[in-house]
Design a protein around this ligand. Structure first.
Ligand code: ARG
Length: 592
């Protein structure tokens, strides 16, 4: 379906033409002054010079041709040459009826493109911390939006599983439990099935190893040596690495499942280890890589750079690969397996320069072809109410789990309070289940409603509020619709096949206008990789819905035919809100 704005623009272009003016670019927009009109067109102004007429004369000529338009109920030319427009209710209703019956509410699917979303990016053996929230939440939403508009969207978690942290753990374990068979250089197979640690132990081993390596040079170089030996294939280390992976991945899955975040690919830096030697050779053969201070590098600086961009380091002087190396090899791997049209990376914005280096290197060396768009979305920090980086009540490193349980608790408290106030009898199990769903919406919406690149304050009280620009408010609205429709059905009403008709009230018309904006909102979110566009739309739609609800009798209305029309409208509104929630990565409970 064409967007409503496009249809209205076509209509106005015809009127310009009929009045003798060429205005192929004339556009209708939603009015900037909703108190004066619903839509507006400013295309008369730029024509004045060419036709030697005042803009107002042009606007008046255009408007006079719209006398008995099936589209506009009112068209008025106002100084200095604006055209103010109102729509006929019947026209809007027909548009909405068509939307309600089409797939994806009339959104025109894109030609199928393959998009890889590289998000999550957790490091193995380290607990997820608050910083991992944004990558997971924004990435999941970006991926869902891509899929919704018709792309083949592939999410890749790209774990940090091949760097120094692995060597640190191995070295620390070799000191703690030297008797383990993994450290016996003579042994090359037949290692135990069971991991020599639990996730809890692993999460303690890593930070303590990391702290020691910072204080102790010898310790650090032992860990680096273990990293290199692992990369070079030492059997015991590979076996130990596999244990670390198994234990860690099981834990990660649990954590991401709780966030309703799911990856198609559980790849990591290690996935491409076998591609690295070939890639290094390729970079040397192509004349792109050269030695600099013992390391193998590719220059990526360009003459027009304002800031100096250091070269991309491919191999360190000890021959070990690093973050860069695996990212480039991953690009090679992705090209050969998926030929993606677009790859979107989500990390903290402190990696902006890093990705600039990697992208330039991939382009220059033709690892990534020109037709593949490379996008890095660098996001800002999650701050606490004091403006500094977020800390959980427990103190210590701000673990993601703790942040989630803090918001869960607060959500449960608010939901209980609201149930008590409304004297609803809800079982504690149902209360807990609902509050988990709503809490997830609170977290995700709180994050996604901000432009990704900005820092934001994680304000538990605000995010869990049922009022204002929050996830719970959106859900509350969607649940309100569900409950009206449930009651309508309980009274014998049938919801399928209903159509909007009749003379709409002002708040009903406002809601209809808002409903028509769905595909434009989704498309701008897709084009800009910007889930906050969906949040803004869902918020506007919720406000329009609630204003409509307060100003119109729906279940209590006597006129049954009008009632059907109102139900049809809130039904499509509810389905759109639920779709928006899905695109943002959360769901709507039955009741709340
Ligand atoms: N593991 C990385 C980190 O913690 C993030 C990975 C992002 N993805 C990538 N392809 N580099 O910083």
């Amino acid at each position: 379906m064409k967007s409503l704005i496009e249809l209205l623009s076509e209509e106005i272009r015809k009127s310009f033409e009929a009045a003798g003016f060429e205005a192929p670019d004339a556009k209708v927009t939603v009015s900037a002054r909703p108190d004066l009109c619903e839509y507006q067109c400013n295309a008369a102004m730029p024509l004045a010079g060419r036709y030697k007429k005042t803009p107002l004369d042009i606007a008046e000529a255009v408007v006079s041709g719209l006398g008995d338009s099936p589209v506009f109920s009112r068209a008025e030319a106002v100084r200095p040459g604006f055209i103010n427009l109102d729509l006929k209710g019947s026209y809007l209703q027909e548009y909405i009826n068509e939307m309600a019956e089409s797939d994806s509410f009339g959104l025109e699917k894109q030609e199928e493109k393959t998009v890889i979303v590289d998000y999550g990016g957790p490091n193995v053996a380290k607990p997820l911390h608050v910083g991992h929230l944004r990558s997971a939440v924004i990435g999941e939403s970006v991926k869902r939006i891509c899929a919704y508009v018709g792309c083949r969207a592939i999410g890749d978690i790209h774990m940090g599983d091949w760097g120094l942290q692995m060597g640190l753990i191995i070295h620390e374990l070799s000191l703690r439990k030297p008797e383990l068979p993994y450290f016996d250089p003579e042994k090359t197979g037949g290692y135990p099935e069971e991991a020599p640690f639990t996730i809890g132990e692993l999460e303690e081993i890593y930070p303590s190893a990391s702290a020691k390596s910072k204080a102790d040079e010898a310790y650090r170089s032992e860990a680096m040596k273990a990293t290199l030996e692992l990369q070079e294939g030492r059997a015991g280390y590979r076996a130990l690495w596999q244990h670390i992976m198994n234990v860690s991945v099981a834990d990660m899955k649990k954590n991401y499942d709780a966030l309703d975040v799911h990856f198609e690919l559980w790849n990591g830096e290690s996935t491409v280890q076998d591609l690295i030697p070939g890639m290094v050779q390729y970079l040397k053969d192509g004349g792109w890589a050269h030695m600099s201070e013992g390391a193998l590098v590719v220059d990526v600086a360009e003459e027009t750079d304002k800031k100096q961009l250091p070269p991309c380091i491919i191999l360190k002087s000890d021959g070990a690969s690093l973050y860069n190396t695996t990212d480039l090899a991953t690009l090679m791997d992705r090209e050969s397996k998926y030929s993606p049209d677009r790859i979107i990376y989500l990390t903290d914005k402190r990696q902006n320069m890093y990705f600039e280096q990697v992208f330039r290197c991939a382009r220059k060396t033709r690892i990534t072809p020109d037709r593949t768009e490379l996008v890095h979305i660098g996001f800002g920090t999650v701050n606490g109410n004091d403006g500094g980086p977020y800390k959980t009540r427990e103190g210590g490193g701000p673990r993601l789990e703790n942040l989630i349980s803090e918001i869960n608790e607060e959500m449960l408290r608010k939901i209980r309070e609201s149930n008590e106030r409304k004297e609803l009898s809800v079982t504690p199990e149902e209360e807990a289940k609902t509050s988990e769903i709503v809490a997830l919406a609170a977290i995700k919406y709180g994050d996604l409603s901000n432009q990704a690149s900005k820092d934001y304050i994680f304000d538990t009280d605000k995010f869990t509020s049922f009022e204002g620009d929050t996830g719970p408010y959106i859900l509350y609205t969607a649940v309100r619709i569900k409950s009206i429709i449930r009651k309508y059905q309980e009274d014998g009403g049938v919801t399928s096949g209903l159509r909007c008709a009749g003379e709409p009230t002002p708040s009903e018309k406002k809601l209809m206008m808002c409903v028509t904006g769905f595909s434009a909102a989704v498309m701008s979110a897709f084009n800009e990789c910007a889930p906050h566009r969906i949040c803004a739309y869902a918020y506007e739609l919720s406000n329009a819905m609630n204003a409509f609800y307060h100003e119109n009798r729906i279940l209590g209305i006597d006129d049954r035919e009008r009632q059907k029309s109102l139900i049809a409208l809130i039904d499509v509104t509810g389905r759109i809100l639920e779709t928006c929630a899905g695109l943002l990565g959360f769901s709507v409970p039955e009741r709340m």
